[in-house]
Design a protein around this ligand. Structure first.
Ligand code: ADE
Length: 230
């Protein structure tokens, strides 16, 4: 899978996308991630990418020209399945959306900034608008990093069987069960007896039961979805 990210702050994406599993996925050539500086596509002699809003006092708006040029330049090289815009008024991102995106071959993520982009970019060039939560970030870069991370870890071969994405929280509308490591007792708190039993079937049943209990208590909204699916 290939992900092209268009941003005014490419440095902000360097670190989050170059550690751990996402780094390994790129090294194994399972994911290709390219970060593009939007200013490189600006026709302005000062490499400006924003302009004054027609709505008075509304702050700066990302202009059409550099965005269109960046997207068209990429599109000349290959077909894209989705052109995503990160914005707080987009569709709320969740595991289902991550699963859907992980099946695509090539996607572009345009990071929002300032007070938004010219509406005509959204009308004409964008195929999906995504928010990562009901709060406002300084820009769309962190959202792009979140989307990329959650999608890349789902690609076949990225995770080992042991850490398989299929057992992740949310995959079946359930939170993960609690996990323990040594010592078997800490400050009077013991690791549940069943986990020390070596009986795989009992352990699996226990984990499932704990997942259900946790979800019911901590995320009643998810629990409802789980009941609907099972
Ligand atoms: N840009 C600013 N806030 C955002 C959010 N919550 N999700 C996606 N992009 C954003």
């Amino acid at each position: 899978m290939r992900i092209d990210i268009i941003t005014v702050l490419p440095e902000m994406l360097e670190s989050p996308l170059n550690y751990s599993i996402v780094k390994r996925a790129q090294e194994k050539r399972l994911a290709e991630i390219h970060v593009h500086n939007m200013r490189d596509f600006s026709d302005d002699k000062h490499r400006r990418v924003d302009d004054y809003s027609f709505s008075k006092g509304a702050g700066m708006v990302m202009a059409i020209q550099p965005i269109e040029k960046a997207i068209e330049t990429l599109k000349k090289e290959r077909d894209y399945d989705e052109i995503i815009f990160t914005t707080p008024d987009g569709k709320l991102f969740d595991q289902k959306e991550a699963n859907t995106l992980s099946l695509k071959k090539n996607i572009i993520i345009l990071c929002g900034h300032y007070k938004g982009v010219d509406q005509r970019v959204r009308d004409l060039l964008i195929t999906r608008e995504i928010s990562i939560g009901d709060y406002v970030l300084t820009g769309g870069e962190l959202a792009a990093a979140v989307i990329t991370d959650s999608v890349v870890r789902l690609l076949p071969g990225v995770l080992s069987d042991e850490t398989s994405a299929l057992t992740d929280s949310f995959q079946d509308h359930l939170l993960s069960p609690p996990v323990y490591t040594r010592p078997a007792e800490y400050k009077g708190l013991k690791v549940p007896e069943i986990l020390l039993s070596g009986n795989d079937k009992l352990i699996d049943d226990w984990k499932h039961q704990k997942s259900i209990e946790r979800t019911k208590k901590l995320r009643p909204d998810l629990y409802k979805k789980f009941l609907g699916k099972s």
